[in-house]
Design a protein around this ligand. Structure first.
Ligand SMILES: Nc1nc2c(ncn2[C@@H]2O[C@H](COP(=O)(O)OP(=O)(O)OP(=O)(O)O)[C@@H](O)[C@H]2O)c(=O)[nH]1
Ligand SMILES: [Mg+2]
Length: 280
């Protein structure tokens, strides 16, 4: 059964959130499922038009509990249009946050979380659009959340976790980056560079979103450090990570080096996790 946006339960808000420093528009589907989503996955996108239809099909197939918020920076390849076509054809919780300025993976990630918090889903997560993060791993992540933890990281580096289609050098880079981050920040998680994760909304509300250092992918570690320092504990659930098949990576050497350097700035600002604090 479906109904129009106006009649959806008031606990799920379909208006645009205040997004400091960003001008944006929110596009909702013309028809919605009856119940609001339990989980809203935010997905930053830049030139992912080829990947969007398959991703949305697979995500919404995970059940009515899963909603999707695509956070697109007006990709020239028509990613936004691909989302709107899906919205027209399906009564599913698929939303498009179209950001008109302030381009970048970091600010897009922050705006995604702010919009998702504003909408009101009890669980909020993030994942990439390039097929690296399989929607079919979501049930496993949600199961890990039932064990009383405050969030879950989809992890390549716990037993059962894997990276597929990547060269040995690239897999070693994942491990080396994680060792470096662990050594410097003391976070007790194996895969702090994984962009596939889910949190309870309460702990995301405590994050000072307008006062973060990160402008790029290091946002992933900054969020984990703040959450951990706030006393919350996360589980790690195994995922099978697949290297991007379609489209182009936005990762380059400069972004990578910046990400390593910024870890030192986190240590300076927040301090490393120490002793008992580092226990899960
Ligand atoms: N909104 C927005 N999304 C972005 C931007 N840059 C990257 N993304 C998205 O962020 C996600 C991760 O980007 P990727 O290019 O896959 O980067 P990566 O996973 O670190 O690198 P690969 O290993 O090459 O896949 C993807 O869904 C991208 O489309 C941006 O400037 N704005
Ligand atoms: Mg990727």
């Amino acid at each position: 059964m479906t109904l129009s946006a106006q009649s959806l339960t008031p606990s799920f808000d379909l208006s645009l959130a205040p997004l400091p420093g960003t001008t944006a528009r929110l596009f909702s589907p013309p028809r919605l499922p009856l119940a609001p989503p339990d989980l809203l996955m935010t997905v930053p996108t830049y030139n992912e038009a080829e990947n969007i239809p398959g991703l949305l099909e697979r995500l919404t197939a995970q059940g009515a509990v899963v909603g999707v918020l695509i956070v697109d920076d007006r990709s020239p390849d028509g990613t936004g249009e691909a989302v709107k076509s899906f919205q027209k054809a399906h009564a599913a919780h698929v939303y498009l946050l179209e950001r008109l300025d302030n381009r970048g993976r970091g600010p897009a990630g922050i705006d995604g979380y702010l919009q998702a918090l504003h909408m009101g889903a009890p669980l909020i997560g993030e994942m990439d659009a390039d097929g690296s993060h399989a929607p079919e791993d979501l049930p496993g992540l949600l199961k890990a959340l039932t064990s009383g933890v405050d969030g879950v990281i989809g992890s390549r580096l716990v037993p059962g976790g894997r990276e597929e289609g990547r060269t040995l050098a690239r897999r070693l880079l994942t491990r080396a980056a994680n060792l470096y981050i662990r050594a410097l920040l003391g976070l007790p998680y194996r895969d702090t560079t994984s962009g596939y994760r889910i949190f309870r909304r309460e702990l995301l509300r405590e994050i000072p979103w307008t006062d973060l250092i990160s402008r790029g992918p290091s946002l992933l570690q900054e969020i984990l450090l703040i959450i951990h320092k706030n006393g919350h504990r996360l589980a790690e659930s195994p995922i099978t990570f697949r290297d991007r098949v379609l489209g182009e990576s936005t990762l380059n050497r400069r972004i990578l080096l910046d990400s390593l350097r910024i870890v030192l700035a986190f240590r300076e600002k927040y301090g490393a996790v120490r002793g008992k604090e580092g226990e899960k």
